[in-house]
Write a protein that binds this ligand. Structure first.
Ligand code: EPZ
Length: 420
């Protein structure tokens, strides 16, 4: 079995460059199905979710070729299959974007329930209601969503909460819907904006992405072209927190500092020095971190995807901190693994109390999901002795060259195979 081994205690110092955003890439790849020409997508992170989606595109009839580790050429002009294989769907959460893409392009789609991180119940009722509002028939049979339409019609869609997945899926579907579609109470996350920018570059007419109201005027056809994915805000945040927890001095390059404001301001509140320029952020840690309150929220609030990594940092703060998880109520499954490292975390529903001044000590732990895995590695960087993190498949789904990048900053980290 594979483990990531971290021998803690090294201060991280130096510069590290960020990869393309996972959650933008995994939306743009399925969205490429709607394009009527060859699409070149640059700055894709080299991660399992991207590889799996490229395979899924091929299984539907698209031609895909990686011209280097981070550039994929997609020719979806010959896509004719409307049914996604169950194993493809299970490999990543983002397989649900094939619903909107295939429905818009072919007028029908069969997509099995998506996989992805187990963060408790993750319904897709907003997606399905939205497709119905656009004029599609939508049924669930044996865990497969069946969609069909005789041309979608623009409509007003109101989301009960600003779901990232529903906003993107409905935006992709309505690119070809006749007339105007309005998505109200839309998600504002950077990857929503990036997907809209990608579709617009190929000829779509989407305005308002990044605000609560997105307007899509249907077009007859999209073309092809080249697009570069934005840098990953969650990868960026993970390195910023890794710098802070080791009392280090790290400049994270190729980032969009505006996307990081909620984290930058929290780190400053805790006593770190955070400086930023056009496309970089420098984080200098502090021996005496202050405890604080963290409440996850939709963008531009504090991202739920950085909540576990932040919990690791709060273990080193002076005093008790409180986290409130407002997006996924079961996103504390990592707490029992943290306890093996000596952390003192008490969970009560959506709230976690993290006692600081903790002497973390190395242990064997297992990633319960992607960001939990990242958080265990971050905690391991600050623990005494060796931490072994298992279930690395979760981490490989979302971080490009994680060990290499941390090693370049001075971490003692490697991948090992161990007999059970
Ligand atoms: C996306 O998941 C991300 N995944 C997640 O990334 C991220 O944690 C999450 O957004 C929140 O930012 C991808 O982009 C592939 P939501 P998604 O729809 O789309 C409720 C990571 O680590 N809801 O915004 O599944 C839902 O239960 C991860 O990279 C409904 O009730 O999230 C949740 O409470 C994991 N019905 C809230 O909305 C619906 O139909 C937000 O979910 C849809 C959502």
């Amino acid at each position: 079995m594979e483990y990531i081994s971290i021998k803690g205690g090294n201060r991280l110092c130096g510069k590290v460059s960020m990869s393309g955003a996972k959650n933008a890439s995994v939306a743009i790849l399925p969205a490429a199905i709607t394009c009527g020409g060859v699409v070149v997508i640059d700055n894709l992170p080299q991660i399992e979710d991207v590889t799996n989606l490229a395979k899924a595109l091929e299984s539907l009839g698209a031609k895909c070729e990686f011209t280097n580790n981070n550039t994929l050429v997609v020719d979806a002009t010959c896509v004719s299959k409307h049914a996604l294989d169950a194993n493809m769907a299970k490999s990543t959460r983002a397989s649900y974007y094939f619903m909107g893409a295939l429905l818009g392009r072919l007028g029908r789609a069969e997509v099995p329930q998506p996989g992805g991180c187990d963060l408790g119940v993750r319904p897709i009722d907003y997606h399905k209601r939205g497709f119905t509002t656009l004029g599609a028939n939508c049924t669930d049979e044996h865990d497969v969503v069946h969609l069909s339409c005789d041309g979608l019609k623009g409509a007003n869609i109101y989301l009960d909460s600003p779901s990232v997945g529903a906003t993107i899926n409905l935006m992709i579907a309505s690119v070809f819907a006749e007339g105007v579609t309005m998505i109200e109470n839309a998600a504002k996350e950077p990857h929503v904006v990036d997907t809209a920018n990608f579709l617009n570059k190929m000829g779509a007419k989407i305005t308002g992405a990044g605000t609560a109201t997105i307007r899509i005027r249907g077009v007859k056809k999209l073309g092809g072209g080249e697009y570069t994915v934005i840098p990953d805000p969650i990868e960026t945040g993970t390195y910023m927190i890794a710098a802070a927890i080791t009392g280090g001095d790290v400049t994270v390059e190729n980032v969009i500092p505006k996307h990081m404001e909620s984290l930058s301001s929290k780190l400053r509140e805790m006593g770190c020095i955070v400086e930023e320029g056009g496309d970089w952020i420098r984080v200098q840690g502090n021996e005496n971190l202050k405890a604080c309150e963290v409440k996850t929220a939709y963008y531009p609030g504090f991202p739920t995807d950085l909540q576990p990594q932040m919990a690791a940092l709060l273990c080193k703060a002076n005093g008790s901190s409180i986290i409130t998880e407002n997006i996924f109520e079961q996103r504390y499954r990592y707490a029992s693994e943290f306890k093996r490292l000596g952390a003192n975390i008490k969970i009560d529903g959506r709230m976690a109390v993290v006692k600081g001044n903790c002497r973390l000590k190395g242990a064997t732990v297992h990633a319960t999901d992607l960001r939990a895995g990242a958080a265990l590695i971050v905690a391991g960087l600050a623990a005494n002795g060796e931490t072994l993190v298992g279930n690395v498949c979760h981490i490989d789904r979302g971080y490009e060259r994680f060990e290499d990048k941390l090693r370049s900053l001075g971490a003692d980290i490697s991948r090992i195979t161990k007999d059970e």
